[in-house]
Design a protein around this ligand. Structure first.
Ligand code: ADP
Ligand code: MG
Length: 267
């Protein structure tokens, strides 16, 4: 059974796309079958997976507006090892066109229903706003993964996001749950980071991943080569942190046995 995660935070620059590239690449290293859905018109997850957004025959736009089937638009990234439903600027138009369409909140959910049997994990990289594209992601997903920086306003932004989530739960997707909070660009030497981190644990307990993603220049460089950090520099602290996160996610989703088996396989 596939698990569908929406990687969401309406704040930009918190590491959503970096997570949408590097967590899947780590799961591929653990022999999981993964699809990355790029739902941001900026197409950063597409480019960062080594797929040229200016050279797409079909994209998430065509899928959402019913111009093609999902499997026709999906591409395989040789570099990253996962499949991608790519996006580019066309997706901006989808937001407007969706409003006219029937079942506008459910378009992605129905599209993924066709292909989800092919994957163990599907990750949706959301745009930095709570618009109709994000609503489609929250409607299609079982779980939300929230990357966040441990800074002063982070908790305030989180409150707005949790409010949206609870409205989506009430109206369209009652089974949606928070799958985890991920602390990104983490600097343990910063006392504010530690304060915010503590508050997160107080409010969200074990929803907070123990794995943290440090600030690491390799994570910022890798997308310009169209590669996940794991391929660009396997030894980097960023690549290792995303591997640890993947291990933790697999334990949460599949239970302890599955992840021990995987660890033994990869030794
Ligand atoms: P979002 O998708 O939430 O807008 P991105 O993943 O695009 O955020 O990250 C914003 C910027 O920060 C990008 O330039 C990215 O390369 C950089 N970045 C993200 N995570 C890290 C990290 N852990 N260490 C260093 N740079 C990072
Ligand atoms: Mg992004």
């Amino acid at each position: 059974m596939s698990q569908i995660f929406a990687i969401t935070n309406q704040k930009g620059g918190v590491g959503k796309t970096t997570t949408a590239i590097n967590l899947p690449a780590s799961l591929v290293a653990m022999k999981r079958r993964v699809l990355v859905v790029d739902l941001d018109p900026q197409g950063n997850a597409t480019m960062g997976s080594g797929i040229d957004k200016s050279d797409l025959n079909l994209s998430a736009y065509d899928v959402l507006t019913g111009k093609c089937d999902c499997n026709e638009a999906i591409l395989h990234s040789e570099e990253a090892g996962y499949d991608v439903l790519p996006a580019n600027g066309d997706l901006t138009a989808a937001e407007v066109e969706l409003i006219e369409l029937k079942m506008k909140e459910h378009r992605l959910q129905y599209a993924l229903a066709e292909v989800k049997k092919n994957y163990d994990y599907i990750f949706i990289d959301c745009p930095p706003s709570l618009n109709m594209l994000t609503v489609n992601a929250l409607c299609a997903a079982q779980k939300i993964l929230i990357p966040m920086q441990c800074e002063y306003y982070a908790l305030e932004g989180l409150a707005a996001l949790l409010d949206t989530i609870s409205r989506i739960q009430k109206v369209i997707n009652p089974s949606l749950e928070v799958g985890g909070l991920l602390r990104t660009m983490y600097d343990p030497r910063n006392s504010l980071t530690n304060d915010v981190s503590e508050q997160l644990f107080e409010h969200f307990g074990d929803k907070v991943f123990s794995a943290v993603i440090p600030r690491n220049v390799r994570l910022a460089e890798a997308p310009s080569y169209g590669l996940p950090a794991l391929v660009y520099d396997r030894q980097s602290s960023g690549a290792k942190a995303y591997l640890a996160l993947a291990g933790e996610l697999v334990r949460r989703v599949e239970g302890d046995k599955a992840s021990t088996d995987t660890a033994l396989e990869t030794v």
